[in-house]
Design a protein around this ligand. Structure first.
Ligand code: SPD
Length: 428
């Protein structure tokens, strides 16, 4: 051996840009590249930057593999560094070249050439204890991979195992199920968290129970979106006659049934009429006075959910509601999407009247900012914060074992901080 280590500096160009922007594919490829070359992986840390690009390092017992990607240039800078002669870094190189579908140029350098350095008689004063695991027998790799739901300035990140349980891209969107360390499995659409096993009930209970309790006797309910099944799970706690659910993307339903069974547990309910189709068109075509309650459980206003934030859609919802009916829609966040939050509220007030639109806030602990809104519009004169049977709501919440909604929160959720009232022009 003429040197302590081998260092390959790689320029990968002309790569697949989508791959270079996908933190889980990159992390997996780098870990595999190390393992295939015979290295012992100690841990991996990868980070997805905003708005794009990934950086990361795989620490191996024989040194490290590092990467930084620029998807917009279809370029990745990679360092493959190995000590000793048990691992061939060119094997890692070949693996990554294929994974990134890359052109390349690469340069190998010897590091710590024994022509220029000599071993000393250095003896560490303190010897480290033996590791608790036997590296030669294989061990759990400590992977540090993060999913980030973000805009250009703010983000919420969940660390996940690096394993991708479901990943499909269709003409509507990309649907993924990942496994986080703190919140269990979670559903992501495009790059946004939709629901996690740990806190999904905050959202699903609050999008369902305040309007159902206010109505008091809803029999025909329409859900637009909601493909994970959490909202229909809550609805079937009532004695409804039927629930029609219109979800545009069957992949969301399939992914949820397969990986989130505690959320997607009511798809076989005989009172469910599941339609895979366009909810916007469905509401447009719906006969007038058909539903007691409409729940708009859509994604954020990008891709197919954009149309769920328009006056035309809510005019059609109003038409489809029976007199006395209520529509509730997820209203984004006053802290993360101030513009959309305010616009939607004003749009609903323009259609239902100022006195008939009411905003709720709740804790959405895995949506960016943690503060999320729901907008309720009433085709009638009821006030959803006040006109409900408190005793009945209390009994229902207790009997059904609800974990977020209760009779006090029903009213409290409609009490808004002053800055939010100011945003909405509601404190005049
Ligand atoms: N940014 C997240 C907004 C998501 C709203 N819908 C969630 C679907 C849960 N059923």
């Amino acid at each position: 051996m003429k040197a302590l280590g081998r260092h390959i500096l790689v320029e990968f160009s002309g790569c697949n840009a989508e791959v270079l922007n996908d933190v889980s594919i990159i992390e997996r490829s780098m870990v595999e590249a190390a393992q295939i070359a015979g290295a012992t992986v100690i841990n991996s840390t990868f980070h997805h930057f905003s708005p794009w690009g990934v950086s990361g390092v795989v620490v191996i017992q024989e040194s490290h593999l590092a990467i930084h990607t620029w998807p917009e240039y279809r370029y990745a800078a990679v360092d493959l560094f190995t000590c000793g002669d048990s691992v061939d870094p060119w094997v890692s190189f070949e693996h990554l070249k294929k994974a990134f579908q890359a052109n390349y140029s690469a340069l190998e350098m010897n590091r710590g050439s024994l022509h220029v350095i000599q071993k000393s008689d250095f003896q560490p004063k303190i010897m480290r204890e033996k590791p608790s695991f036997d590296l030669s027998k294989g061990h759990q790799i400590d992977r540090n991979v993060w999913f980030t739901d973000k805009d250009e300035n703010q983000a919420l990140s969940l660390r996940y195992t690096g394993d991708v349980l479901f990943d499909e891209t269709n003409p509507f969107q990309r649907v993924r199920v990942l496994d986080s360390y703190s919140h269990g499995k979670f559903l992501a659409i495009n790059n946004m968290v939709m629901c996690t096993e740990r806190d999904e009930y905050h959202y699903h209970e609050m999008i369902t129970h305040p309007v159902m309790q206010t109505h008091g006797n809803a029999k025909n309910v329409l859900v637009i979106g909601g493909g994970d099944g959490g909202t229909i799970r809550e609805l079937f706690k009532y004695n409804v006659d039927n629930v029609t659910m219109v979800e545009i993307d069957e992949a969301v339903v399939r992914a949820s049934k397969e990986h989130l069974p505690k959320i997607a547990c009511e798809f076989n309910n005989p009172k469910l009429n599941l339609i895979i189709g366009d909810g916007i068109q469905f509401v447009k075509d719906a006969p007038a006075n058909s539903y007691d309650v409409i729940i708009v459980d859509g994604s954020d206003p990008v891709g197919p959910a954009k149309g769920l934030f328009t006056a035309e859609f809510y005019n059609n919802c109003k038409n489809a509601l029976k007199d006395g009916g209520l529509v509730i829609t997820q209203g984004e966040s006053p802290m993360f999407h101030e513009g959309t939050f305010v616009e939607l509220n004003h749009c609903l007030k323009g259609i239902f009247g100022k006195q008939s639109v009411h905003t709720m806030l709740f804790h959405a602990t895995t949506y960016p900012s943690g503060m999320w809104s729901l907008q309720v519009a009433v085709k009638g004169s009821k006030h959803p914060a006040k006109d409900f049977n408190k005793d009945q709501a209390a009994k229902f919440a207790q009997d059904k074992g609800l974990k977020y909604y209760n009779e006090d929160l029903h009213t409290a959720a409609f009490s808004l901080p002053t800055f939010v009232k100011t945003m909405l022009g509601d404190n005049a």
